[in-house]
Design a protein around this ligand. Sequence first.
Ligand code: SF4
Length: 467
Amino acid sequence: MYEFAVEPAVTQIRRRGVMVAAVAPASLAAELELAAGDRIIKINGRAVRDYLDFRFLTGGETELTLAVRKQSGEEWEIELERGEGEDFGLEFEQIAPRQCANECLFCFCKGNPPDARKSLFVRDEDIRLSFLYGNYTTLTSITEDEMQRIIEQRLTPQYVSVHATDLDVRAYLLGVDKRRADISAKLRRLLDAEIEIHAQVVLCPEINDGKILRRTIYDLAADHPRIKSVAIVPLGLTRYNTDERLTPVTAEFCRRTIKELAPIQRDLRARLGTTFAFLGDEIYLRAGLAVPTRRHYGDYPQIEDGVGMVRSFQEVFNKLWRKLERRPPAQAAKLHGTILTGTLFAPILSQLIGRLNERFKTRLHVAAVVNEYFGPDIVVAGLLTGSCILKARAQIRGEFVIVPASVFKSDEAVMLDGTTHAELQQRLGCVVRPTDFTAFTRMFALSAAPAEPPVAENYLSVAKNLD
Ligand code: SF4
């Protein structure tokens, strides 16, 4: 067992209510004299645990009684009437994630270097974050209270790491006993309550591939449409996770998996009207094969899990291309810089950028950055660190460097190894722009390097980054 390197979430769970983080001026909350640091303990007599409860308990209500503990320690009871849909003007503290009770063979925490950012060691398993952000949970340690909450508050969809429906295999992968690994009754209860599920399989060669994978897909497909999709993503082994029970994912394994899945996907499309079981982009790219067409992905149900990101990027790129063809940028030749990405996506991006350079005379250079921090087997751009980028500095050309916005924390300009944006710029000696596709498009429209201040706004954008 390794220790959590962060303050355990339990210290925050014990505090009653939800803390107000900010109050908008001239808002209803300001009128009620609520202030940052106050805790809302109850609403109409019901306990509040977090801002989701606040949202649920106030939603649609016009007459409310709030039990508030002021920062001073005073207890207030506030009775209020508000207009239908009137906003309180409140911001709340973030949800402190509940942590898992598993010991997964492939847990990403075991793959972190000891000096990684503390938050990377948080083994979150939280149905609220699943609903809000698409984080996966295994449901192995879900409480009755949480089950009821999902159903009562309609926290749908939920994202569930299934890995295998074969109980022995699931228990083995999660490092728990079979009783705990068995979530069939819990899943059934959620599905019966019309909670939608998106499932995930972390594919580990020789453990849950082949027949086990086939069975998992068909077992889950039996509950379509309430089980909406399954994302099958490859095991990622960093240089720090050296568990001998795990076999690395090879190009040959990826090709075999794609071949085995193709008839299953065809069958499911014919019967369900959706591909249903989607392979992660990484599997196609590692296999050296093209990613499937747009039709294959439908409405991209698992794009945040790296399923269809490349196809979506290509689609958006084509749109940009058509736009530029209609109105060619006046001074595109001024754009002279380097776009950094992971080794997996670099060949595709290089080809697309090459087309732009040829047609619009831009001078953009794509450089593949090897992940020295986690190990060369980690090939996605989102896990690049400051130290990897600094080691790749010889490849940098031009006046600016573009990095995917996702290499920074969503709320702070700091990378996985703790390198800050300012530090990176200073050490590279040039402008570094975390950029998503919108900022990239804007750069072309303006024929200027992505300018200040979109940096901060881009930290928040991960869906369409240059990954
Ligand atoms: S459930 Fe997730 S966080 Fe928990 S051990 Fe497994 S991989 Fe790690």
